[in-house]
Design a protein around this ligand. Sequence first.
Ligand code: NAD
Length: 484
Amino acid sequence: MSERERFLNFIGGRFIPPQGGDYLPVYEPATGQVYAEVAASSRDDVLAACAAAEAAFPAWRDCPIEQRAALLQTIADKIETHLEDLAYAESQDTGKPVTLARRVDIPRAVANFRFFAAGVQHFASECHPTSADVLNYTLRSPLGVVGCISPWNLPLYLFTWKIAPALAAGNCVIGKPSELTPATATRLAQLCWEAGLPPGVLNIVHGTGTDAGEPICTHPAVRAVSFTGGTKTGARIASVTAPLFKKLSLELGGKNPVLILDDCDLEMALATTVRSAFANQGEICLCGSRVFVHDRIYDRFKAEFVARVQKLVVGDPRDARTDQGALISESHWAKVQSYLALARAEGGTILCGGEVVSPPGRCAGGWFLTPAVIEGLPDHCRTSQEEIFGPVVALYRFHHDDEAVQRANATPYGLAAVLWTRSLDRAHRIAAQLQAGIVWVNCWMVRDLRTPFGGVKQSGVGREGGWEALRFFTEPKNVCLQFS
Ligand code: NAD
């Protein structure tokens, strides 16, 4: 039997074992088998990473912006060169189709580095000529050491979405990827080292949220925490960091509505709603899980939607024909199934899917589920209100726009919303009324990295993306100069 791969910590420019010598198993969701081990780090490892980051900070802060930007471009080049291996690793770790990782996850990680390498060179701070003899200007300095904690669903894409602006702005980073998906972050560390990133500028500490994540959040040297993950975890991080007065950005869960108005381009709405419901097995925070359809087109939409969902191919993520891979873990697979049982108990009818399936061959023991469409759920039942984060979508019928907006807004979340209409008037009015950080009109997941990204209500506080991210990772100081 070949020895299992071990994902080690990356501290001070070296791959090192966790000080306690403990490891966690890493499963391949498509097979249900352990394929690697990851460092189960503790506070001691975080202390070592913080010491390395603090030591590296003065030189990185003082490194000319052009040099920092050039290094980030080199990292992007390296990710691009290794796109195939990284897509394979991402698919093995997450269960997502390798075609998706190749098309979306890894190219977006490249784009993150390229965008912030360019962005930081155009990032300007404000100057206020107050009067003839007084000038106020804002000095923006990097914070120092920052923590970047990311989830398992888009591992490299979301990790780099934080790390790239943090590094570009001149900070040193302690990154913690999800313990479920450590592969691509570890490979990124290797590529950063090959690109010539100085030791200690990027450190990666693997392990669980409690043992490795929380010590990062509470370490006195860590000035800011950028976190993406579940709402409950976000609340915990907020509670431990608030008394320490740390800067915090929280990107949390969602229960996103899709509004399909009676004047929409039905073909486009159908094709995109299948994707927005089930891309990445529904395990994207931006997936639309509550689809509100106007009464006039409800029956047509439902019949055609269900027919298309039934054609999605569930299978081996390595197979290019696969649309839907495996769910991330056995416990998450069980959780999604429990929501289907709950949906039935709450009055819902499963129109299709929700069946456990075993693709033949190497994936027979994997965590697969056919994509499910439900109708008939009341708005306020748990299935309609709680984030399921899997291949499950519910259809609801509405009669007029105000009703749709009010029902779309009636959850504790407010991450993203999608709106389908040909009317500019309705689009503007409804987009303004929806309680969401992002509203897509006649599209989904179209990104412009300059735009602010984030949620409202229990979907988070703070914004990522563009200048927002560079502002987050810098500290403004006002300098007021009076000259005679
Ligand atoms: P999670 O909250 O369980 O874990 C996220 C990360 O936080 C992991 O690295 C984990 O180890 C770490 N963590 C856990 N407890 C911690 C603690 N006490 N202190 C510090 N770190 C801790 O989330 P998950 O299951 O990995 O991801 C799924 C969730 O992420 C879903 O709710 C999804 O909606 C959300 N998500 C949100 C966005 C967004 O942009 N808003 C994007 C992707 C995923």
